[in-house]
Each structure stands twice: as structure tokens, then as C-alpha cells.
Design a protein around this ligand. Structure first.
Ligand SMILES: [Zn+2]
Length: 723
């Protein structure tokens, strides 16, 4: 073989690898990023990061494979060609796997079929010249996907930000402090009791807010997803399109830029970038380019694994459902980036709270976007974090039609709502301590809610009757300067009314066009209908034709009738969950049977012995080596607690649906019914409060619960499996 043929052979193989790594990895990734440029916004990426990331994703994979082929050459040209064929076969298999995902085949069958097809195509490529040339020609597709990425609107705005500053503003200034708290994924119906009032027993701080603030009980969001829903709150405008990025460039007139000159801004804005860099100086300790890229690449790897690994295979792929980032959860990146879904959501807000200062020369504008009670649900009301464990009832971004599992998820939501309520109390106490509260205009609002309806995406299905009540109806409280002037308003407010209302309360004249209107202007007519820009539902859920139809409204503005007429399906549903209607002061957030027995010592009951055993499971669904022999360690200083107890029961005297109980140090903390399991007698999921534990070792017992005379119970103790 002469050098010329060798060289053209090398070029051909290179192009083939570029084509295949493009189709297998870089093109799908660039498409995902092009469709969701928020990935870069909430990771605070600057243009050089975006360009570097694309270069790495497109160039590095084929280079590595080419280098390996080069190494293989040491063992002869034939071996190197064989290695190339193996790479071709593997890459084609990877391309095929996602295409077979909707075939209904099991994960292992999909993998086997993909490898079979990949190997056959690779054999053809090795054998036939036209096939080789054709494959090399496909390298052009990589170029096309890179081009599409950079030419898209979203990425363009991020690479070439237009710094339009707000010149037209108001003429007077105001000395009134402004406080805006935005919660995330918070449906109003989570707070409400049967009488549609705030449940003061479970949520005392929200209930207390009504003394000083007006509660707009018919308030609605304008979209179901943060990147569109949150900027509407801060800009006073109805979102124009689903492509608008949550940045100061996209929303030049927002509360930050409007109050930027008159007020001293203290902002906790972990997800969006509406406060321009010159007004909100980000943390001075900047991370290195390498640190930022490592963080982005590790998240991107998780996204990619979710894309290529069939859903039903348990290969340790990190879950990305319900999260914004930090998908591996143990990445220790020294960076100003928010800790998205990581446990420090409560702690990092508390840190912000502690860092607030008493007002100086300028009045403060305090802003916080608290990513609570947003999934993953992993906090008990004290604010301590627990390992969320295997998520119950939400599969492939949909609630399954399984009452027992959804109830477990609702239990977790309720506990997290308890934590949210407690933070509100602490925050208001802090404002009072700093002398800000009394004169402040204070807004507490959520960007959108969450649905627990079976068969729907948690934000998605506008055709579901309960959608408007679950996802659009949100808490909105606005406190005017002064105290004791709270109350309830039935106005059909929308989140875009927040800014016009705040500015009117500050007495500022402005010549900015808002879509929302001031809610305290008596003369104004109430809305006859509320508006929603229908958000984009993740594609995973829209595979089937019937699902796709529901999403035809995506990107359109639709109107809906006021919430008073709507079905309160979720409130009715939560009252059907055992324990909801009769909260026990020992743990008012508890859901499950025998809520009246929580906190009672085991010694009050007749106790026998069960022949079954139990094993605690870790979050991967495998036995937890740190939790054997029924002993749990707890360190009160750590901020975390072993408050989620998941595991399996092994034995023949228990089956799915049977009742079990858990006692910590001899006190009953929770009851549950066993959830069906394929390999064991059943799964148990208990949530207990951190007050159940003492520092150091805690004795955990699990019991089978049996009825006894006079509505009492008797217990049979299970032994811990010695594994
Ligand atoms: Zn949100």
C-alpha cells in the first residue's frame, strides 16, 4: 500500500468517526442544548465556556478513538482496521438505542438488537467501498448541527448579549424597602384546607402572613416553567415566546433595573440572571474556566446517559427528572453556581438571610428565589435534609396510576412544604430584627404549581380538569407598608401584576408598558379571564400520539376562567389520604394510618415476634451497608437526618398492602402499608421527623401491625436481616 492510499484511508476513517460520534453524541447533545439554552443561563456560562463546550463535545470523542486506532497499529494494520470496525459497530449501536426506546422492547433486548444491527452495518462498511464513502460523507451532518446550534436565537443571545439599558424609568424615588420572595413549584392548594382557607396547624407562618399582607386567593401564574414564569413576576409582562431566556438582556425593564438606582439590592437569584452583573455583583471568588467546564460536562454526561441508556435498565445512571442540574450530586465544584437540587437549598438560603444587613443610606431591595418546595422532595419541616431515596410514583416524567406510591410522594411534598413555611417564619423574623419589615412592601409568590394527577406530567397537561388548580393557582401575598392591614382579596390576580403593584405602592411614576396592573387600585375592573402561555413539555413524555395532541397548544396563549369555579380535585384527594384529615400535633405533616398513635411508646402495646426480616435500602434501591442491624447513626450538627427509611421485607407472613410500623428508640414514629415488590414480600417507605433521633446510635425497630380488640393494635417485631 502506498503512502497516498494510506493517507486517503486515514482521512476516510477520520471522517467516519466524526460522522458517527456526531450522530451518536454531539448532535443529540447540541440539539438538547439548543432547545434548552437555560442550561447555560443557570450555570452562569460566559461565551467562551459555550464555545469551549461545543469544541470539546464535537472534537474530543473522534480524536480519542482515532488515537486508540493509532495505538492499535502497533500490532499491525489489520488489527487497527479491526479496532476501527469495532468502534463503528459500537457507535452505530449507540445511535440506534434511543430510536428503539419507544418499541416497547425491554432494555436488554434493545441493547442486543442495537449491537446486532451495529455489527452488521459495520461489517458492510468494512466490506463495501461505497458504504465506506457514504459513511465518511455523513461527517457533513456534524458540521450542520454545529451550525444550527450557533445560529439559534437562544444561543445567539448568550454569545452576543445586547446590553440595552433601561433609560426610561421613574422620576421620583422612594425610600420604601422592597422584599420579594419567589417560591418554586408551589401550588396554592398545598396550603389549603377543605374550607379553602390556609391550614394554620400545618402552615402557621403562611397563615400569620394574612394579618399583615393581602392574600390574593385567586392568583394565577402565567406559565408552568421557571425560565418563563419567573421573569413574568419580575418584569410585569406576559411572556412573548417560550424562547425568551431568563436574562437581563431579554427583560431589560425588570424590578432589578427599575429599582437599581434608588435601592440597595441584596439578591439571591440562583436560577435566572435577571439582575445585570453591574447591579448584582456575583461572588468575587470566580471559578476557573476549567472548573466551570468540568461542572457543565459532568451534568451533560448525565443528560447524555439518560438519553442513550434504556429507561428500565438499572445501570446507575443518575436521575435528571425534576432537577435543574448537579445531577451526580456529589460533584464538589468550587463555584458560585447555585447548588440547584443539592441539599443546601435550605442552608444556602439561610446563609443569604444571615448575610442581610440593616438598611444604610439607600432603602433595601431584597430578592430571593427559594427553590422550594420544588422537587426533589428531601427536607423535613425543621429544614434538615434526608436522602430522597427511590422516587415513588413518578416514572418517565409522569405520575403513575398507583395511589399508594403517589401518596408517598405527597407525604414528601407535605414535609417539604412544612420546611418552606418554617423558612418564611425565619425570614420574617430576620426582617423584623433588621428593622425592615414594618415599612416594607413585601411580596411572597410562587412561579407556578405542581400536579399530582395520575397519567400527567407534573406541570403539563392543560387538558386535565385539575390542571389550573394544581399548576396555575399559586399563593400570592402582598404586604403594603405598615402592619395589620392584611386581608383576603378575590381579585383574579396574575403574577405579572407584582411589579405594577409594587411600583404603585412605592408611589413611583414610570413610563414602562406593563401587561399586569396594580392590584390595590380600586377603580380597576377585575379580569374576566386569566392568561397562560402554554409551556413546552419535555419530549420524553410526548412520544405517543395521544400525548402529542395534548401539547398542540404549546407556545400559544390561552385564557382560563377564574379559579373559584374550578374543580378542587387535589384538595378532595388529599383528604382521602389516611391521616390528612386528622393531623397529630406530634407530627402534623404525617400521612398514613393510626396518626393518633404517633409518639406512643412501643411498651404500650402487646408485642410478639414475626418470622419476617427487613433490610434498609439506599437510594439506588440496593441494600444499604451503612444501615444494618437496625441501628441508625445521627449527628444533629450535620444538617442531615436519616429521616427517610426505605427498604424491603423478606418473609412469608407479610404481603403488599399489609401494615407495618417503625419505632425509633422505642417510640412509634410512622406507619405504612407495604408497597408491592417483585422480589420481596413488599417495600416499606417511612418518613420520620428528626426529633425522633438522639445524637449517636439509635435503635430502629420495624413491626408488623395487627388489629386488636377495641380498635387497638398489636405489634410483631421483624428482625433485621444480617447482610
Ligand atoms: Zn419554577
Amino acid at each position: 500500500m502506498n503512502t497516498c492510499t494510506q493517507r486517503s484511508g486515514l482521512i476516510e476513517r477520520t471522517l467516519q468517526l466524526v460522522a458517527l460520534t456526531g450522530l451518536a453524541a454531539s448532535s443529540p447533545l447540541l440539539n438538547i442544548l439548543r432547545e434548552g439554552p437555560e442550561f447555560f443561563v443557570n450555570r452562569r456560562a460566559i461565551p467562551v465556556d459555550i464555545v469551549s463546550l461545543v469544541a470539546i463535545v464535537v472534537v474530543v470523542p473522534p480524536l480519542i478513538l482515532l488515537a486508540l486506532e493509532g495505538c492499535a497499529r502497533v500490532l499491525g494494520a489489520a488489527f487497527s482496521r479491526f479496532v476501527h470496525s469495532v468502534f463503528v459497530a459500537l457507535l452505530i449501536s449507540i445511535i440506534i438505542v434511543p430510536l428503539l426506546e419507544s418499541s416497547g422492547l425491554s432494555g436488554w433486548k434493545i441493547l442486543a438488537l442495537s449491537v446486532a444491527i451495529g455489527s452488521s452495518v459495520s461489517a458492510c462498511v468494512a466490506r463495501f467501498v461505497p458504504a465506506r464513502k457514504w459513511l465518511a460523507f455523513l461527517a457533513i451532518l456534524s458540521g450542520v448541527s454545529v451550525g444550527n446550534f450557533f445560529l439559534s436565537d437562544g444561543i445567539g443571545t448568550l454569545l452576543f448579549p445586547r446590553h440595552e439599558r433601561l433609560e426610561s424609568g421613574y422620576t421620583k424615588s422612594s425610600a420604601t424597602p422592597v422584599v420579594v420572595l419567589i417560591f418554586d413549584e408551589f401550588p396554592l392548594n398545598g396550603l389549603l384546607n377543605r374550607d379553602l382557607q390556609i391550614d394554620a396547624e400545618r402552615f402557621p407562618n403562611f397563615a400569620a402572613l394574612v394579618k399583615d399582607a393581602t392574600w390574593f386567593q385567586n392568583a394565577a401564574a402565567v406559565n408552568q416553567f421557571t425560565p418563563i414564569a419567573l421573569p413574568a413576576i419580575l418584569s410585569g409582562r406576559m411572556p412573548r415566546s417560550l424562547k425568551q431566556l431568563p436574562t437581563a438582556e431579554s427583560y431589560p425593564a425588570n424590578l432589578f433595573t427599575i429599582l437599581g438606582r434608588s435601592h440597595a439590592i441584596a439578591a439571591y437569584e440562583p436560577f435566572t440572571r435577571l439582575c445585570p452583573d453591574d447591579l448584582c455583583r456575583r461572588k468575587t471568588k470566580q471559578t476557573s474556566w476549567r472548573g466551570r467546564l468540568t461542572f457543565m460536562l459532568s451534568d451533560l454526561a448525565a443528560v447524555y446517559l439518560n438519553y442513550i441508556v434504556p429507561e428500565d435498565l438499572d445501570l446507575g445512571v443518575p436521575t435528571i427528572d425534576g432537577k435543574w442540574g448537579d445531577f451526580w450530586e456529589d460533584t464538589t465544584v468550587d463555584w458560585d453556581a447555585p447548588n440547584f437540587s443539592r441539599g443546601d437549598r435550605v442552608e444556602s438560603f439561610k446563609r443569604f438571610m444571615r448575610g442581610l444587613k440593616a438598611p444604610g443610606e439607600k432603602p433595601p431591595f431584597i430578592f430571593a428565589h427559594i427553590i422550594l418546595p420544588h422537587m426533589p422532595h428531601q427536607f423535613v419541616p425543621s429544614g434538615r435534609m434526608y436522602a430522597p431515596g427511590v422516587m415513588q410514583g413518578y416514572v418517565r416524567d409522569q405520575w403513575v396510576d398507583d395511589q399508594a406510591r403517589r401518596e408517598v410522594s405527597y407525604q414528601q411534598f407535605l414535609l417539604q412544604l412544612g420546611a418552606t413555611d418554617r423558612l418564611v417564619g425565619e425570614f420574617i423574623a430576620r426582617l423584623k430584627e433588621l428593622g425592615i419589615y414594618e415599612q416594607a412592601v413585601l411580596v411572597a409568590v410562587a412561579d407556578h404549581g405542581i400536579s399530582f394527577q395520575p397519567g400527567t406530567h407534573r406541570r403539563g397537561d392543560v387538558s386535565n380538569e385539575a390542571f389550573y388548580d394544581d399548576v396555575m393557582s399559586i399563593p400570592l401575598f402582598i404586604k403594603r407598608p405598615g402592619v395589620g392591614m392584611g386581608g383576603i382579596s378575590s381579585k383574579r390576580a396574575q403574577t405579572m401584576d407584582v411589579v405594577p403593584t409594587v411600583l404603585a405602592l412605592l408611589g413611583l411614576d414610570y413610563d414602562i408598558q406593563f401587561d399586569g396592573k396594580s392590584l390595590f387600585t380600586e377603580a380597576d375592573q377585575d379580569r374576566t379571564e386569566q392568561l397562560l402561555l402554554v409551556g413546552r413539555i419535555p419530549k420524553k413524555n410526548a412520544e405517543e400520539e395521544s400525548e402529542r395532541k395534548k401539547h398542540e397548544l404549546e407556545g400559544q396563549v390561552i385564557s382560563f376562567s377564574p379559579s373559584v369555579d374550578r374543580k378542587r380535585a387535589t384538595i378532595d384527594w388529599k383528604y382521602t389520604i389516611e391521616g390528612y384529615a386528622s393531623p397529630n400535633p406530634y407530627n402534623p405533616y404525617y400521612l398514613g394510618p393510626h396518626s393518633d398513635l404517633l409518639g406512643r411508646p412501643v411498651s404500650d402495646f402487646a408485642v410478639g415476634v414475626s418470622s419476617s426480616t427487613f433490610v434498609f435500602h439506599a437510594r439506588n434501591g440496593k441494600p444499604d451497608p451503612n444501615r444494618v442491624h437496625g441501628v441508625l447513626r445521627y449527628d444533629p450538627r450535620s444538617g442531615v437526618c436519616p429521616c427517610n427509611l426505605q427498604g424491603v421485607v423478606i418473609g412469608s407472613d407479610l404481603k403488599a398492602g399489609d401494615e407495618v410500623a417503625v419505632a425509633i428508640n422505642g417510640v412509634l414514629q410512622s406507619f405504612a402499608r407495604l408497597i408491592p415488590s417483585t422480589a420481596y414480600a413488599g417495600n416499606f417507605v417511612f418518613f420520620v421527623l428528626d426529633k425522633a433521633f438522639k445524637a449517636g446510635e439509635n435503635k430502629v425497630e420495624i413491626f408488623k401491625v395487627l388489629p386488636a380488640a377495641d380498635n387497638a393494635i398489636r405489634l410483631e417485631r421483624l428482625s433485621p436481616e444480617n447482610s
